[in-house]
Design a protein around this ligand. Structure first.
Ligand code: SAH
Length: 217
């Protein structure tokens, strides 16, 4: 078991060697990741690997994304601090906690109850009072709270779920991995004056987005 200060040193090294060196430059994103204790989002036996350059299992066949991918997706959201952000796929809760430091409010949806309960305990422990969470099929979005300035989907589907596009504010920005079950393209969809603009960021591999507007379970 590493001491607390070793986790801090590993986190600093993660920022330098995985994020800065690969071109992540949004100071607010780097600062949020510097202040988020990633090791508490994984089980005890994996804590020493929590700042490594890879995704890690979080149970129920799901994973916490590689730090670089979290940084890349967060940076692509271009958050200034006033936004309402919808996240689909709460998982460990790590991405939601990073987002909560960069926007006004995070709405996060998870379909697996065990993961949702665990993430909620962490949100309480870290006193992230601007995170609202919901156990549901996130491909349906969160209609009662729409529109959202930003939407981030952290599981991969065959296409952008229609309800999410309908719940995006104008101007607004959505990021999602889209493709087949083995490889996907991380895409940014921008809504500007009623027009949708799509651009590709990088090939990625995410776990399945399962639901009405995703893959069948
Ligand atoms: N953002 C997470 C990574 C999550 S992995 C983190 O920081 O740890 C993807 C998550 O999406 C899994 O927990 C999976 O259960 C969830 N998921 C898949 N399909 C979903 C859906 N339709 N609605 C909500 N969550 C979904």
């Amino acid at each position: 078991m590493l001491s607390l200060s070793s986790f801090t040193i590993n986190r600093e090294r993660m920022i330098q060697e995985q994020l800065l060196s690969r071109g992540i430059e949004d100071a607010r994103v780097l600062d949020a990741m510097q202040h988020t204790p990633r090791h508490i989002f994984v089980e005890d036996a994996l804590q020493e690997q929590a700042y490594g350059d890879f995704p890690l299992p979080i149970g129920c066949g799901q994973t916490i994304s590689q730090p670089y991918i979290v940084a890349l997706m967060t940076e692509a959201l271009a958050l200034e601090g006033h936004e309402k952000v919808l996240e689909i796929g709460t998982g460990s809760g790590y991405q939601a906690v990073v987002l909560s430091q960069l926007c006004a409010r995070v709405y996060t949806v998870e379909r697996v109850e065990l993961l949702m309960n665990r993430a909620r305990r962490i949100f309480d422990r870290l006193r992230c009072h601007n995170i609202c969470s919901r156990l549901d099929d996130g491909t349906m979005g969160w209609p009662a709270e729409a529109p959202f300035d930003r939407i981030i989907v952290t599981a991969a589907g065959p296409r952008v779920p229609e309800p999410l596009l309908a719940q995006l504010a104008d101007p607004g920005r959505l990021i999602i991995p889209v493709g087949d079950r083995y490889e996907q393209m991380l895409q940014v969809v921008e809504l500007i004056e009623g027009e949708l603009l799509v651009h590709d960021i990088t090939p990625v591999r995410f776990v399945d987005l399962i639901g009405e507007h995703g893959w069948a379970g």
